[in-house]
Write a protein that binds this ligand. Structure first.
Ligand code: NAP
Length: 492
């Protein structure tokens, strides 16, 4: 099997389009697409051409023989996805290659299509896939707004600094930043510097890609104690977010409790428990690295409210963590349901990922820092006077001087736009904001805070398709725009 996809897969399916033999699945046309952790190369049909590796924006597709260390399991992970299936048949009349069929252009603009002026608000992955789509498939002039003085959003400030390949997708977005039809308005916040009504009056269309910037709250006593932080603070801290101070994360404690078992909790545990020398060549903020070198943290405990069968981390991320040689990973088996679920799991089931991982009752804490996975531990309270000293979870008090809640994100309302409190999203149909012709959404504020970076590519395509449709039928682009906004913003 010559190539395999690794856990860095962004699922934007660039590789699927490049593969001449249809060996990468699920494809965007298949029902599983968007539900699997990543995409997979079928080892039975891969012809070792490397086209997928060339097309991958995050360098997640690699020759099998180069996969060692944390990535060594990936050939098996790829092969397992196809277990029990027949290899995809080669296209008729062509022993090897796809029959691509007649050339089809889904995005044909009529000759009288208006020259649109479009604002995109937010320069994270959802905003940048949207900018890319608009610049490549329409004649629109685009103004990109971001509240921060730099572009990148979650690619810059959310992806862990040791995931260099994932961060590299920022390079593929960066090439659009000096496109002649793009204007940048950085350091401009909607709601503070400009309001939604003003933007709508000055542009033919406004696309909000403002994400889900806040952390969900726990809703338990003690939540406001010092030493309890949202994941956004910790992740922003190690990524050098301009609004987060270098001393925002106290590391003068031996144990950190991270609430949640998603990939964000795993990222935080890995960075806080890593050997700082391993992080030295990464994109970590220098101030954070300096503090990690002086850190007293020996153990990061992930607290899952349900069992290992319901852990939210993806398989590839867990595998990579288990293969680290600078830290230990241990399953806390104080609750008998944990060991039972892991032992009873059939191959391929989520809990089976932890088979073979040492259990805390079997291994005493050693000299290496460790990450402990503790399940059936719902949070009941954070304890302490002014600063947190322990967390009560599943009826047990666990001493910890830092508690990070990594329990998912939440959108926030934008003044002048509708907002669904229950989901933390802006209500829409195919990206068109309800009751606001000419206003659109994309990304986490559209579909809720889940899914990796590449998921935004199809999401952006849907929203831009709606915008093009509206341009064709005169819903947008037919009324005069008010000028002056950019002059006002520039002079601020
Ligand atoms: P997530 O995957 O939704 O995980 C949230 C975790 O918090 C779950 O374990 C959930 O448990 C738990 N939780 C929620 N409410 C809780 C509560 N009140 N008390 C205790 N636990 C609670 O969220 P995320 O980790 O923030 O990740 C967001 C998205 O970004 C995901 O799609 C993720 O894969 C992606 N991401 C990917 C990477 C990567 O590929 N390397 C890195 C970072 C993020 P329940 O299941 O019981 O609700």
């Amino acid at each position: 099997m010559p190539y395999a996809i690794t856990q860095l897969c962004c699922t934007d399916a660039s590789c699927v389009a490049a593969c001449p033999v249809n060996c990468i699945h699920p494809t965007p046309d298949e029902p599983d697409f968007g539900t699997t952790d990543m995409l997979y190369v079928d080892p039975r049909t891969c012809i070792d051409c490397g086209a997928c590796a060339e097309a991958c924006p995050v360098d997640a597709v690699l020759p099998v023989e180069t996969l060692t260390g944390p990535l060594a399991d990936h050939p098996a992970i790829n092969a397992e996805y196809f277990a029990g299936t027949e290899p995809a048949a080669p296209a008729e009349g062509s022993p090897l290659f796809h029959d691509w069929g007649p050339v089809r252009f889904d995005r044909v603009l009529p000759a009288d299509f208006p020259r649109l002026d479009v604002a995109v608000v937010g320069s994270g992955p959802a905003g940048m896939y949207t900018v890319q789509d608009l610049l490549l498939h329409t004649t629109a002039r685009v103004t990109l707004y971001d509240r921060l003085p730099v572009t990148g959003g979650l690619v810059r400030f959310g992806v862990a600094p040791d995931h260099a390949d994932t961060k590299r997708i920022g390079d593929s977005f960066a090439r659009y930043l000096d496109h002649h039809r793009l204007r940048l308005r950085l350091g401009t916040e909607v709601g503070r510097d400009v309001d939604a009504g003003e933007l709508a009056a000055r542009h033919d269309a406004v696309i909000y890609a403002v994400g889900a910037p806040t952390s969900r709250t726990l809703g338990v006593p003690g939540e406001d104690l010092a030493g309890h932080l949202p994941s956004t603070t910790v992740v922003g801290w190690y990524n050098g977010h301009p609004e987060i101070a270098a001393d925002a994360v106290p590391l003068d404690t031996e144990r950190v409790a991270a609430v949640g078992t998603g990939n964000v909790a795993l990222d935080i545990a890995r960075i806080l428990a890593a050997d700082p020398d391993r992080l030295a060549g990464s994109a970590i903020a220098p101030g954070a690295l300096e503090r990690l070198r002086a850190s007293l943290v020996r153990e990061v405990v992930l607290l899952g409210r349900r069992g290992p069968e319901h852990a939210a981390y993806t398989r590839g991320e867990l595998h990579a963590l288990l293969r680290r040689d600078d830290l230990e990973v241990v399953v806390d088996d104080h609750d008998p349901r944990v060991g039972e679920a892991i032992d009873a799991a059939a191959p391929g089931e989520h809990a089976a990922l932890l088979q073979g991982v040492p259990r805390s009752s079997e291994v005493p804490a050693g000299p290496r820092r460790r990450v402990v996975l503790r399940f059936h531990a719902p949070i009941e309270a954070l304890l302490g006077d002014e600063r947190v000293t322990a967390v009560r979870a599943g009826g047990v008090d666990l001493p910890a001087g830092l508690v990070v809640r990594a329990i998912g994100h939440r959108g926030r309302p934008t003044a002048g736009l509708p907002y669904a409190e229950e989901t933390g999203t802006i209500p829409h149909h195919a990206g068109r904001v309800d009751g606001r012709p000419g206003t659109y959404v994309v990304g986490w504020i559209k579909r809720g805070p889940g899914g990796g970076i590449g998921r935004n590519r199809r999401d952006a395509a849907e929203t831009v398709a709606s915008l093009i449709e509206d341009g064709k039928y005169g819903v947008i682009g037919a009324r005069p725009r008010r000028g002056g906004l950019l002059r006002r913003l520039t002079s601020m």
